[in-house]
Design a protein around this ligand. Structure first.
Ligand code: UDX
Ligand code: ADP
Length: 480
């Protein structure tokens, strides 16, 4: 029986391994993690991450051919194929701070593999790591090999949170990169055989190591670029009276462009886009390509601009001050159907509002109060000028309350900011909300999910990104 071990039971490792176990009943899959509470949660009824369909898959295989364990060493030693999906955050200090990936966790995982392995292994890079990192991992392993042979593969993950299980069941493609030697090719075939249990062969693309790694960064950079492009257009639409939804619909109908990832928003978030683009920027700089680096940096700059622009819209519409005013924030996760808040635009928007002394009341169906407090009290890391800003003072964080209902959040509020496109926000009783708010009552829709006309009929002053402006907002300055 083939044995797979995955190091790291996070957003990538957990769902990916659960689907492999489901689709390959003849393979034993063990997911290991150093975090005891995380593994305990995977073994309980309350899984540590929220992902539609995940619970069902885990319940079908857990205890049969899918196991979660903290006994990292034992399961690494037993496995034929080891996936590494540990976290790779952006470095906050030292060389490459603000851009390069921090490979501390990866390196410790690699050293652990070298320490405990007694048989040949295929090591699969599953987390996003910058181009040419597999080479470093290969060096750690071969220099500590004790006669054991390691084959390194890159098998980047393209799943998106919120649709991870669907993405894994029906991937557009599976990418496997490996060495061009006969042993490398054999390892590629071994991993291909795993995916071939459910993925059509023509969707499994085999490349060299570096192409696979770079493709992951490139795909995310291209996707993020589409959002920054349409967000840049949204500012122009507001200035000129065009409607960004109409523009993106018209543009997306061009089959060469396509309609996906053209929704204007308060900005993109998530654990991948910013991090991957920063990696790309760093790699370009290291390779003496400053123009290319600047080109990609601009995608992130527009994203920061979009978040600032949103905060400025809120403050300027409310008589240029939100000091002491209650602002309801609906949605904190970086997108719907996930509880993940990494790089969520809500962090920057809330910090902007708190900076202007607003009282912020937050409701998100999947994000806990603890998480929100952690996110808002954390030092903000400025990627462009890698220095740590001052942490929020405890009094500022006290200006934040987290509630479990949209009606509670909006009660007595002066304004509402919709920051995540949760379906439930589309069908709230906005008349009831309006009746319980201070007047004039404002809605700032950062995801374009409400019907501005209907809300205006109720009496709201409405700002929707990239749409013709409410008369109220027309004379207000949009940018700082
Ligand atoms: C992304 C990639 O899609 C995935 O392939 C990769 O493996 C990991 O990174 P993820 O971060 O989970 O996935 O979410 P995604 O659906 O790509 O959304 C990223 C951000 O862009 C979210 O904040 C989302 O709200 C925003 N977005 C997306 C827009 O603002 N407009 C759009 O049209 C699409
Ligand atoms: P991702 O979104 O890439 O899956 P997460 O942060 O959700 O990232 O998950 C990464 C997981 O990897 C965490 O649960 C962390 O505890 C685990 N991890 C990090 N380093 C190691 C290690 N050396 N051994 C085992 N697990 C590790």
């Amino acid at each position: 029986m083939v044995k797979i071990c995955c190091i790291g039971a996070g957003y990538v490792g957990g769902p990916t391994m659960a689907v492999i176990a489901l689709k390959c009943p003849h393979i034993e899959v063990v997911v290991v993690d150093i975090s005891v509470p995380r593994i305990a949660a995977w073994n309980s009824d309350q899984l540590p991450i929220y992902e539609p369909g995940l619970e069902d898959v885990v319940k079908q295989c857990r205890g049969k051919n899918l196991f979660f364990s903290t006994d990292v060493e034992k399961h690494i030693a037993d496995a034929d194929i080891i996936f590494v999906s540990v976290n790779t955050p952006t470095k906050t200090r030292g060389l490459g701070a603000g851009k390069a990936a921090d490979l501390t966790y990866w390196e410790s995982a690699a050293r652990m593999i070298a320490d405990v392995s007694k048989s040949n292994k295929i090591v699969v890079e599953k987390s996003t790591v910058p181009v040419k990192t597999a080479e470093a991992i290969e060096k750690i392993l071969t220099h500590n090999s004790k006669g054991i042979e390691y084959q390194i593969l890159s098998n980047p993950e393209f799943l998106a949170e919120g649709t991870a299980i669907d993405d894994l069941f029906k991937p557009d493609r599976v990418l496997i990169g490996g060495r061009e030697t006969p042993e490398g090719q054999k390892a590629i075939q071994a991993l291909k055989a795993v995916y071939a249990n459910w993925v059509p062969e023509d969707r499994i693309i085999c490349t060299n190591l570096w192409s696979a790694e770079l493709s992951k960064l490139a795909a995310n950079a291209f996707l993020a670029q589409r959002i920054s492009s349409v967000n840049a257009m949204s500012a122009l639409c507001e200035a000129t009276g065009a409607d960004v939804a109409e523009v993106s619909h018209a543009v997306g109908k061009d089959s060469r462009i396509g309609s996906k990832f053209l929704n204007s928003s308060v900005g993109f978030g998530g654990s991948c886009f910013q991090k991957d683009i920063l990696n790309l920027v760093y790699i370009c700089e290291c390779n003496g390509l400053p123009e290319v680096a600047t080109y990609w940096k601009q995608v992130i700059k527009i994203n920061d601009y979009q978040k600032n622009r949103f905060v400025n819209r809120v403050v300027s519409s409310m008589f240029n001050t939100v000091s002491g005013k209650k602002i309801a924030v609906l949605g904190f996760a970086f997108k719907k159907d996930t509880g993940d808040t990494r790089e969520t635009p809500a962090i920057d928007v809330c910090k902007g509002l708190l900076g202007d002394k607003a009282r912020v009341s937050i409701y998100d169906p999947q994000v806990t109060e603890d998480q929100i407090q952690r996110d808002l009290s954390m030092n903000k890391f400025d990627w462009d000028h890698p220095i740590h800003l001052q942490p929020m003072s405890p009094t500022t964080v006290k200006q934040v309350s987290v509630v479990w209902d949209a009606y509670e959040a909006t009660k007595d509020a002066h304004g509402i900011c919709i920051l995540t496109e949760w379906d439930e926000f589309k069908n709230l009783d906005y008349q009831r909300i309006y009746d319980n708010m201070q007047k004039p009552a404002f809605v700032f829709d950062g995801r374009n999910i409400v019907n501005p006309e209907k809300l205006r009929e109720i009496g709201f002053i409405v700002y929707s990104i990239g749409k013709p402006l409410d008369a109220w907002l027309r004379d207000m300055p949009a940018v700082a």
